[in-house]
Design a protein around this ligand. Sequence first.
Ligand SMILES: C[S@@+](CC[C@H](N)C(=O)[O-])C[C@H]1O[C@@H](n2cnc3c(N)ncnc32)[C@H](O)[C@@H]1O
Length: 225
Amino acid sequence: MSQDPVFVRQAFSSIAKRYVLTNHVLSMGVDILWRRKVANIVRDFGAQHILDLACGSGDLAAEIIKKMPHAEVVAADFCAPMLQQARNRGLPMLLVADGMKLPFAERAFDALTVGYGLRNMETWHGALSEMSRVLTDQGHLVILDFSIPEGWMKAPYRFYLHRILPTVGGWLTGNKQAYDYLSESIERFPSGEMMCDLMKENGFVEARCYPLWGGISSIYVGKKG
Ligand SMILES: C[S@@+](CC[C@H](N)C(=O)[O-])C[C@H]1O[C@@H](n2cnc3c(N)ncnc32)[C@H](O)[C@@H]1O
């Protein structure tokens, strides 16, 4: 399964200015709590050199910096207009970089976070092995992304995903196509044990899944061997 990087970059460029507002509206603010959870996990690992990849407007990197003011937090994204939003909020270390080919030496970071970003990368296995390359041995990867819940929530969630989300996202940003893509990409993206297996196939010895809110999002924590 592969994503088209030209389409992805263009889609995020076109919604960059309304991205944060639209996120908070569509999730009713819950996305803030989920990013905070990721920041708490990274803080508990005691990491000092952290890469927030696919940082977009910098929401997750800002949360990590708040929790760990003495850590070095580099935030990178391949879409300059999204990165500009992060610059506007005063994030210190920002870089235009492609997750498929990171401009960092091997073992440069002891933790790497990626919030709602891996799903959009050209190939998931290529991106995961690149993440593993730049992590120290025993370094941690923390992924936050959407997933499809099981059980009774599945049908109403899919209704929301395919009917409500693209319509409201389209109204707020003027680009419904970007939100149609979002729904489709969530359907395609592996979740639960499938994602843990993918992590283990690409450089991580341990991988665990922590479903959030019945599984509408999930946090995956991996440790490099
Ligand atoms: C949904 S946004 C997530 C932004 C932020 N992490 C958050 O939690 O809100 C996805 C971001 O992934 C970035 N992205 C997608 N593919 C990428 C790649 N190959 N390399 C770097 N960034 C990428 C996009 O430009 C976009 O800013």
